[in-house]
Design a protein around this ligand. Structure first.
Ligand code: MRU
Ligand code: ZN
Length: 214
């Protein structure tokens, strides 16, 4: 008889259902082209459920969600977890209050990452929607969305994210020419943050098109 799995399988099924439903909606919005993007949810203090690498995110089934430990190693599955698993698990390891990490590749996110890579951040200020970010109670808040250089070297990128998190609490960041990472306490909060980033980045791009000073 095989050893029992070190996580709650009922909970995994429930979590997989939640990921599938939410990701389908994000995919239909055009934010996960060509199998891009990855998604995860904390299962318990030592495990997270995450999308299997290379799967079509608009058509996820239970078989496309697997479990990893917080070092990013597969647990109880022969599938390969997302190539960017470390960027998820570093957040779960560091912040016990983070329960969900969402990574998408929308056109707005990708264009914004290219335009602002030189400056290294997108400054968002003066928007009512800044109140969508947990902890912000007024539109007078301002947020800098960092833009990291793209790389396939996940330990290096994770170390850069970690170094920035030493200095400031973030709800997301861009990767140049790649996309956006956003997170929150649970799926609802992470989606609120993701949608707020998408909307606000879209506003900044429109303002630039209109020739408004930055
Ligand atoms: C299909 S290109 C996108 C990938 O290189 C990667 O950035 C991505 O978001 C999806 O990788 P995955 O390994 O499926 O989680
Ligand atoms: Zn990606």
């Amino acid at each position: 008889m095989s050893a029992p799995l070190p996580y709650d399988t009922q909970q995994l099924r429930h979590t997989a259902g939640e990921i599938i439903t939410n990701v389908r909606e994000l995919s239909h919005a055009g934010w996960t082209p060509a199998t891009s993007s990855n998604f995860s949810r904390r299962l318990d203090p030592r495990h997270a459920a995450i999308t299997v690498s290379g799967r079509d995110k608009g058509r996820l089934t239970e078989d496309d969600i697997m479990v990893v430990d917080l070092d990013g190693r597969a647990v109880g599955s022969d599938h390969r977890p997302s190539a960017e698993t470390l960027l998820h698990t570093q957040l779960y390891r560091r912040f016990p209050d983070i329960g969900c990490v969402l990574h998408t590749h929308s056109q707005v996110q990708t264009i914004a990452s290219r335009l602002y890579a030189g400056v290294g951040r997108v400054h968002l200020e003066g928007y009512e929607l800044l109140k969508a970010f947990a902890g912000n109670t007024t539109h007078e808040a301002a947020i800098d969305v960092p833009v990291f250089a793209n790389t396939q070297d996940m330990p290096t990128l994770a170390a850069q994210v970690d170094a920035l998190l030493d200095r400031q609490r973030l709800w997301g960041y861009l990767i140049d020419g790649h996309g956006l990472y956003a997170w929150g306490a649970d799926m609802a909060e992470a989606r609120r943050h993701l949608e707020a980033f998408e909307f606000l980045l879209g506003c900044e791009l429109e303002l630039r098109k209109l020739g408004c000073p930055q």
